[in-house]
Write a protein that binds this ligand. Structure first.
Ligand code: HPA
Length: 255
């Protein structure tokens, strides 16, 4: 199984017949769904667990990514519900994440723990796979998804939302959208040499930007977009993919 979808808030399945599988990793157990699409098995992982039970700061990101690696996954598309602090990106819009700024505080962020291993660093020149991002743009046209553009993702620790002054700061640093889960997920995938890309679904204006954050906004926006986005992921997966068009598998610098 080479391809996986990690579904964020509101994206809990890909709407096809599937069976569940529990994968044991050294970081813990992970339950995934395996879906058969046109004769190929695609892995689906609900980031927050089935029923959205794990809050962002307690997600076992290492177990999740390790489980995908153990299944043979090399290509991951994920979705992320995000707030917007960029006036050009409004609730309901879809954006492609092209970089991140990390404001998380207390989560395990790496597989590289030293010990018997040499010291390893990970190149973040292109954190999100440029090949998967390009292919998402191309296939999204066929699903009539109006992608508003690329976006820089600010990752906060959560689970609280941000203060208005935090949002002012993130905006001044170049952030476009804010969420709580993309770091360390993107980093861990890169550490294991996988291609990883995220599509952001804007569910609300960030605190203090315009109006108030409401749960109603979040759920409505997600249900409109999730099917088209999943179909686009599957379209890309259905085409030819190889790791020669990006540097994802060569990102580790060993000292
Ligand atoms: N802030 C952080 N995470 C989020 C938001 C937000 O405004 N909306 C959806 N996830």
């Amino acid at each position: 199984m080479k391809k996986a979808i990690i579904g964020g808030t509101g994206v809990y399945d890909i709407g096809e017949g599937s069976y569940s599988k529990v994968v044991e990793t050294k970081y813990g157990k992970v339950e995934v769904d395996i879906v058969n699409i046109k004769g190929e098995k695609i892995v689906f992982l609900a980031r927050h667990g089935k029923g959205h039970s794990t809050p962002p700061h307690l997600i076992n990101y290492r177990a999740n990514i390790k489980a995908l690696e153990q299944l043979g996954v090399k290509y991951i598309f994920s979705t992320a519900a995000v707030g917007s602090c960029n006036e050009n990106y409004t609730p309901g819009d879809v954006v492609v994440i092209n970089n991140f700024i990390d404001f998380t505080k207390q989560r395990p962020v790496t597989f590289f723990e030293g010990g018997d291993e040499p010291v390893k660093h990970t190149d973040m020149g292109d954190p999100y796979c440029k090949n998967l991002r390009t292919k998402f743009y191309e296939s999204a046209k066929l699903e009539a998804i109006d992608i508003k553009g690329d976006a820089v993702y600010v990752c906060t620790e959560g689970p609280r939302f941000e203060t208005a002054y935090e949002i002012k700061m993130y905006k001044s640093l170049g952030g476009d959208v804010v969420g709580m889960t993309n770091v360390p997920e993107v980093v861990l995938a890169k550490e294991l040499g996988m291609c990883y890309a995220t599509v952001g679904i804007i569910t609300n204006w960030c605190t203090g930007v315009k109006g108030e954050i409401t749960l109603h906004d979040i759920q409505g926006t997600l249900s409109v977009n999730k099917e088209k986005i999943s179909r686009t992921f599957l379209r890309v997966f259905n085409g030819k993919l190889n790791q020669e068009h990006c540097n994802c598998k060569n990102a580790i610098i060993t000292l």
